[in-house]
Design a protein. Structure first.
Length: 383
């Protein structure tokens, strides 16, 4: 795989596909847990805190975008490797190794958490008689099949599946319209600064996954226009999160939301369909949500595979074997948390780790970009 190859139109991601990619990435298991976790910390003030969290996450995404616009058609592993001369290619590999391991490890960790949470939700709400490990293995196999294709295929899949991601919106609106109580959304502005701070951090966790842009932006058709696309994407994501939060609070109130495992599912359970056409609206909701979460898994898992493919300079035909090898790691990692509480702790720590790693790496990569620019100027002056 040539690190400096110029991708054709068919191997790039359009602005609309970027939007579908980011929206599908975030709207997964995180949104199922977000109302409970946010309300536990900030109560009804979570209604406006979610906008602060969305703005801060977009700030992190803007930093990634500003960096990646400097190195179009390259991911960060290729940036680090380009610091060494072609004759000293081994030095480039040595410098890139820690970045490949950290990013690959982070994304495998997140993939395993989402996969485990996904299998648990299906086991509880849809297939209670099916062993959880069977569901887990089925999800991993489906993910391997999906990521065995080129990375841009993932973007096209999200484009096709986006209507399914939108389907819960009318269900949330119907639920709060039918069973909601406007008084459950008050009082506002009662949280002290500590609760606001922890509420912002907790809600930011629901937006995790943005670090995959270190890889995906190398495939953008128009990276120079990415800021606008990212802004629209995270505005839509924030609105979706706000709607989910308001609908759950409006129906259940603060106390009850904190006692529910997945408040959005319980929200949909409360919907009554006249004539008994749908006896289990919640089961329909979970089935639709399966598409969302599986897409999230595929997007993050594919970023991991792409990092390994880039670092090892493997040809495209090897992608399937890289995916199979990494899926074994995902399986064992997903089995590690003994219960749902441990899994939620893992989820919190992985989100915090992603924030720290992303900001730290952006700073390091900007320094490397400046050094590389000066090096090119010196080489040009001496030639």
């Amino acid at each position: 795989m040539d690190n400096n190859n110029i991708r054709g139109f068919g191997d790039s991601i359009s602005s609309y596909q970027i939007y579908t990619l980011l929206f599908s990435l975030v709207v997964g298991t995180q949104v199922l847990m977000m109302p409970r976790e946010s309300v536990e910390v900030s109560g009804t003030d979570s209604i406006w805190i979610v906008f602060i969290s969305g703005t801060l996450v977009f700030g992190i995404v803007w930093l990634i975008g500003a960096l990646m616009q400097k190195i179009p058609r390259q991911n960060v592993i290729q940036l680090v490797e380009s610091m060494a001369n072609k004759k000293q290619w081994w030095m480039g590999k040595f410098l890139a190794l820690p970045f490949a391991l950290v990013l690959g490890g982070l994304w495998l960790w997140i993939t395993s958490i989402v996969t485990r949470g996904y299998s648990d939700a299906i086991n509880i709400y849809v297939l209670p008689r099916t062993p959880q490990i069977v569901i887990l293995i089925s999800i991993i196999i489906a993910s391997v099949v999906a990521v065995s294709n080129k990375l841009v295929i993932t973007a096209r899949i999200t484009e096709f599946l986006l209507p399914f991601v939108y389907l819960p919106i009318p269900l949330f609106i119907a639920g709060v319209a039918e069973n909601g109580d406007f008084r459950n959304l008050f009082p506002l502005f009662q949280a002290n600064w500590d609760k606001v701070f922890y509420g912002v951090i907790t809600t930011m966790k629901s937006y995790s996954g943005y670090s995959i842009l270190f890889v995906y932006m190398a495939f953008y058709q128009q990276p120079e226009k990415s800021t606008r696309t990212h802004a629209v994407s995270y505005l839509a994501i924030t609105f979706f999160s706000w709607l989910t939060l308001v609908s759950c609070l409006g129906i259940f109130g603060t106390w009850e939301v904190t006692k529910l495992m997945y408040p959005p599912i319980e929200n949909v359970k409360s919907i009554y369909v006249p004539g008994g056409i749908l006896d289990r609206v919640d089961a329909l909701f979970v089935v639709m949500w399966m598409v969302n979460i599986l897409t999230t898994i595929v997007i993050i898992f594919n970023a991991t595979v792409e990092v390994m493919m880039t670092y090892l300079q493997l040809k495209e035909k090897r992608r399937k074997w890289v995916a199979i090898t990494l899926s074994i790691i995902v399986f064992f990692l997903s089995q590690y948390p003994p219960n749902i509480n441990k899994l939620w702790k893992w989820d919190r720590w992985s989100s915090i780790a992603e924030m720290i790693i992303t900001v730290l790496f952006v700073g390091i990569f900007f320094i490397l970009w400046v050094v590389r620019g000066r090096k090119k100027e010196e080489d040009h002056a001496t030639s």
